[in-house]
Design a protein around this ligand. Structure first.
Ligand code: ADP
Ligand code: MG
Length: 681
């Protein structure tokens, strides 16, 4: 140490009296005990005395405790005011994976996302133990996690087991404590690495102010934690934890992506150059062939629409949810992984789930038996993108809470006495495989995916990706994949040529993310009159098709989807106004997916998408229903032959009637009492 203890005390005192912190201290004294921490920015200490600041980082325990003594002296009060030094310089920021024994006892900071947090519980600091004989109190300071009782009474001198000690709660001193687990920010991980976690300890006024999903920087002292095996044997290998001194809460925006002035200039320049959306789209997963519209939608998803808050407090989400359903081997997983990597705050996970928290959140017991709230993928992806592969495989608890996450964008946990609401303002990119291995083009989509209708209807866009052999397309795809492999080999040899170039993203990923972050932070486009007029016209026109086709081709949900996509399109162009062109782009995407996913005999029918039954089919179904009811009323059951006959009279052919009977049967509406004889269930 560069200074003696006395010198340190004096320097702190001088620092408080010379800086604004003296004023802050007087305010804290007035507010005590509601306020009991003095937050000091590290840079102010550096400015005041660089050598002192540097030494502080090496011996934080001594400097902090002497600082707190100096506070007492300065205020002249017997108040326990914490000295919380915050905002450490960047070079004190350590990656969890890089922590080594040299860091023990040092003042460091860890940036990450809170993965778990226990309930806040009191911990005994100073125990007042009452003697069973004389009734006198013996005070014992509690160090570590095991309760320390006095050996003998400080008054009568009698010791255990002659006398017994009981804890006097009133005279003891307790402090609130909480343990959290911080996890490395996903964006700092290089491809495929598992994020590492560090446990951290919060005391007094720091306890209970952060929740899972929060992005924070924890500043504190790294300490070893004793480990015991076989119940009680202490061992020489230690765990580590961070004893937190202060918390810098990251604002929930995309702060972790730094955008310099140069970056900003280039971002604006690129946007000005025009066709930025096409260029960004082509940057997405260049090794994946085709899928232009899909990639365009994924691009818009990253920008998102504008969330709105209504006067009555309801919130309309801006996030765009997209589902890819398709045959196996159609690059769905690849696309998802790519998007999660490129999107700010992107997370890739599988519906099958690897953690207990699954997609949403859960309460689990930690090793000390404390209830702990653990954030799942959607919470960790707050303000970002959650790419959920095999979403059809998610657990039933996730199924129950994902609705709320998709619409209200929160996740409420009520379990084991924990009641918490976590934020999940993310867009969801899901992928699902067909239930029966491959798509049957003759059956509606919903019947072939294992996802309930209400969940499906929460996706703004649902793309169906079918793998049907097609010589021309297959040739192009094969060439594309072969070339990609060739390019991979050339890159190994560090070759550069035209082919390599065409497989390299036009805009490098680093800049891409900055572009998105910039647009999301700064651009909040509004619909122009023309755009609004166009969307309205399109909607009304498409609805009108009903008169001819008796099919509902579009529902309000798709109108909302179009608005969000149009806003995202404007954002991607860094435009504050949603133009007619943006609206056209949105319409094109929605029409494309509706056509792919919900067409029956060439007619688009939004009902097919969500229920598997077209509205025309439904009206046929209603007619058959009437026939059956009539028959059953007459004689208690309905025979197939008679149903077919009656149906034919009103122009429904046999095939259709049989298909509908099968469907009603499958859905449990009717049952077959004998072969060809039906009754209602
Ligand atoms: P899915 O998740 O849809 O089952 P994957 O993402 O696992 O499919 O893709 C399987 C493999 O096929 C991947 O290596 C992927 O690169 C390749 N592949 C499939 N479709 C394409 C395509 N359109 N362009 C390039 N590669 C493709
Ligand atoms: Mg897959």
């Amino acid at each position: 140490m560069k200074y003696t203890e006395d010198e340190i005390r004096t320097i702190w005192l001088d620092f408080f009296s010379r800086s604004e912190y003296g004023i802050n201290l007087s305010r804290i004294v007035d507010e005590y005990p509601d306020e009991r921490s003095l937050i000091v920015k590290f840079e102010d200490i550096v400015e005041y005395n660089p050598a002192f600041a540097e030494d502080f980082l090496k011996y934080p325990d001594i400097y902090l405790s002497l600082g707190e003594e100096a506070i007492k002296k300065y205020t002249g009060e017997e108040m326990e005011i914490h000295l919380r030094v915050s905002s450490l310089p960047r070079d004190r920021r350590k990656e969890i994976r890089d922590l080594r024994s040299v860091h023990l006892g040092q003042f460091i900071s860890i940036e990450g996302i809170i993965r778990r947090a226990t309930e806040v519980r009191p911990k005994l600091k100073i125990g007042a133990f009452k003697c069973s004989d004389c009734g006198g109190l013996t005070y014992v300071e509690q160090i570590g996690s095991r309760l320390i009782e006095p050996h003998k009474c400080a008054h009568c001198g009698k010791s255990k087991p002659t006398v017994k000690f009981t804890l006097d709660i009133q005279q003891s001193i307790f402090v609130d404590t909480q343990r959290v687990e911080i996890q490395e920010n996903p964006e700092n991980l290089r491809g495929g690495e598992q994020p590492q976690r560090l446990s951290a300890y919060l005391e007094d006024d720091l306890a209970g102010i952060i929740v899972p999903g929060d992005r924070v920087v924890l500043n504190g002292v790294l300490r070893p934690k004793e480990r015991r095996i076989f119940g009680n044997v202490k061992i020489t290998e230690f765990d580590i934890f961070l004893d937190v001194v202060s918390i810098d809460k990251e604002k929930k925006e995309l702060e972790s992506i730094e955008i310099t002035e140069e970056d900003e200039a280039r971002i604006k320049e690129e946007a000005r150059k025009g066709d930025i959306i096409e260029r960004l789209r082509d940057t997405i997963a260049p090794t994946i062939y085709g899928m232009k519209i899909e990639k365009e939608a994924l691009l818009l998803q990253m920008f998102g629409g504008v969330p709105k808050k209504m006067k009555d407090g309801t919130r309309i989400r801006g996030d765009i949810h997209i589902l890819l359903v398709g045959d196996p081997g159609t690059a769905k997983s690849q696309l998802l992984q790519y998007m999660a990597q490129i999107a700010p705050r992107g997370i890739y996970t599988s519906g099958k789930g690897s953690s207990a928290a699954g997609l949403t959140a859960t309460a689990v017991r930690d090793e000390n038996g404390r209830w702990t709230l653990e954030a799942g993928a959607l919470v960790l992806a707050d303000m970002g993108l959650a790419a959920i592969d095999e979403i059809d495989k998610m657990s039933s608890t996730d199924r129950d809470s994902i609705y709320q996450a998709m619409e209200q964008q929160i996740i409420a946990v009520t379990k084991a006495g924990i009641y918490a609401t976590l934020m999940a303002r993310c867009s969801i990119l899901g992928a699902a495989n067909p239930k029966y291995g491959r798509f049957d083009p003759n059956r509606p989509l919903v019947d072939q995916i294992d996802l309930p209708t209400p969940l499906l209807s929460r996706f703004d866009v649902i793309f169906k990706i079918i793998d049907v052999p097609n010589p021309e397309k297959d040739k192009a795809l094969a060439e594309h994949i072969l070339n990609a492999h060739l390019v991979g080999e050339m890159l190994q040899l560090e070759e550069e040529n035209i082919l390599v170039e065409s497989y390299s993203p036009k805009i490098e990923p680093e800049f891409f993310r900055k572009y998105i972050a910039y647009a999301k932070r700064n651009i909040f486009p509004k619909l122009s009159d023309e755009a609004m007029e166009l969307l309205k016209k399109k909607y009304v026109e498409t609805r009108k098709l009903y008169e001819e086709t008796h099919a509902v081709a579009i529902t309000p949900r798709q109108l909302e989807a179009m608005i969000r996509l149009a806003e995202a399109s404007a954002r991607a162009r860094l435009s504050e106004v949603v133009t007619k062109e943006d609206a056209e782009r949105a319409i094109r995407i929605v029409e494309y997916f509706l056509k792919e996913a919900s067409t029956e005999e060439g007619i688009i029918d939004a009902d097919i998408l969500y229920t598997g039954i077209s509205s025309r089919q439904r009206s046929v179904m209603e007619k058959i229903d009437i026939i059956m009811r009539k028959l059953i009323d007459e004689k208690g059951f309905a025979e197939e032959e008679e149903i077919l006959e009656e149906a034919k009279k009103i122009g429904i052919d046999e095939m259709k009637t049989l298909r509908i009977l099968e469907k009603m049967h499958r859905e449990g509406l009717i049952r077959e009492v004998r072969s060809g004889v039906y009754k209602y269930v």
